[in-house]
Design a protein around this ligand. Sequence first.
Ligand code: VG1
Ligand code: CO
Length: 541
Amino acid sequence: MKTVPTTPFDDQKPGTSGLRKQVTKFQQPGYLENFVQSIFDSVPELSGGTLVVGGDGRFFNDRAIQTILSMAAANGVKKALVGQAGFLSTPAASCVIRKYGAAGGFILSASHNPGGPSGDFGIKFNGQNGGPVVESVTDKIYARSLEIDAYKISDNPPVNLDTLGTHQINGMRIEIINSVTDYANLMEGLFDFDAIRNMFQSGFEICFDAMHAITGPYAKEIFVNRLGAPSESLMNAVPLPDFGGGHPDPGPTYAKDLFSKMFNGDMPDFGACSDGDGDRNIVLGKQVYVSPSDSLAILTANAHLVKAYAKGISGVARSMPTSRAADRVAEKLGVECFETPTGWKFFGNLLDAERITLCGEESAGAGSDHVREKDGLWAILMWLNIVAVSGKSVEDILHGHWQEYGRNYYSRHDYEGVEKSKAEAVMDRVAHQLDTLPGQTFKGETVLKADSFAYTDPIDGSVSKNQGMRVEFESGSRFVLRLSGTGTVGATLRLYLENYTPPTGDLHADVQTSLSSLRDIADEIANIKSILGRSEPSVIS
Ligand code: VG1
Ligand code: CO
């Protein structure tokens, strides 16, 4: 064991989900080590406790794991549980932390960002409830990283991560565990696998795209081995360090093959994909794809059909920019509905206190109280279970939902890689108008309220300010602007647009057309195009 002198890096402030940077940054001497030591220094329970380590298999995953293990041993960790080959999806890591009573876990991933030597890498620290640690802890970690002057590391040869077994370094026991089994068992306990298996046996076809990221082995075990789907149901199921050169971002832009399969020719009954670390999902039916905001609402409305939630749910939460489709369902069910800032860490307290059972985000994330992370395969299994027991197709469930509750048309426009000062200028422009906007009319829409979203955690009372600008109109339409906390190049400005059509209105309009007037209003108020010097967003989802 040795103590290595080091100097602080001032850019180690954890964003929406941990520290996410280009691989080249993480390769700088001491960069990863400083951050990891700052965590050991800020979370004393790790010393003497159990630590879970795993990642999405991207380039630098194995190197980072060796460093973390050597540092864990030097920092007094008693036992480390490591996924075989260094693999653990984000929800599986959360499952393992909870199941084995670990003090926390390191999850190595930059989620849907591209991988490889010129791609991105990331690290997040989850606490003993299995979820991302709350802001007070990430603030502490960041403060420590600004003053750190040394890190502790054991001098040991690399540990063989590829074979199941146990090792010992510097008094710390390491167990290389099967990455999939605990998670697959958890899923089998939540869902009616017999019903899904029977549906597959009767010819119901699925297509799942793992995008060469972490969910391949999980999907193989669950869909093929346990549920009997043919192995051809899986696409891109082998995890690769560079994701095959792709962008493991589930959606029409990057999961092109899946989308074209579900929209053309002899399409399967059900399509789905997930992201780099397996916490996001998109579900498709024949010629439809379910927007994540609608998915949360539909899962909430139908949860009682699923074994684990048959007794009903205690409440639901959504991130602030997520459409308010779920709110309508919560109202009908008579359960609480919470609006939290973006990022899964804000759901943890509500789940721990059993105030909510389900939660989700517009960015393709949904989850429940079974773990403390969003969970891609869980959401897909929820849908499959609901389809199996209701006998209805994805299309029918989606359209039926709109007919009952009306439709929240919704879209997110991302302006990526813009200059930070320009992105901030857009936010400032709106901030300066917050007091004067209410009552003003734009293209026939009168502003009802405008604010900068602040959240008071109902459980611990902590306050998170500046979580995005909200401008809401009397018609119920609204737009939201916020800056991304996960980008690695420049700044990303996100514009979220939403309006509502009741069941009696046109439920099948084109989404962008339906939102185009609101988009113009947002531009008039925020001056996005002229400040950024961009006529179009980089990505529309
Ligand atoms: C984005 C999404 C947010 C999500 C976060 C992490 O954050 O908008 O909803 O929780 O990514 O997802 P931001 O700050 O860039 O908008 V994952 O799948 O990257 O862990
Ligand atoms: Co992710």
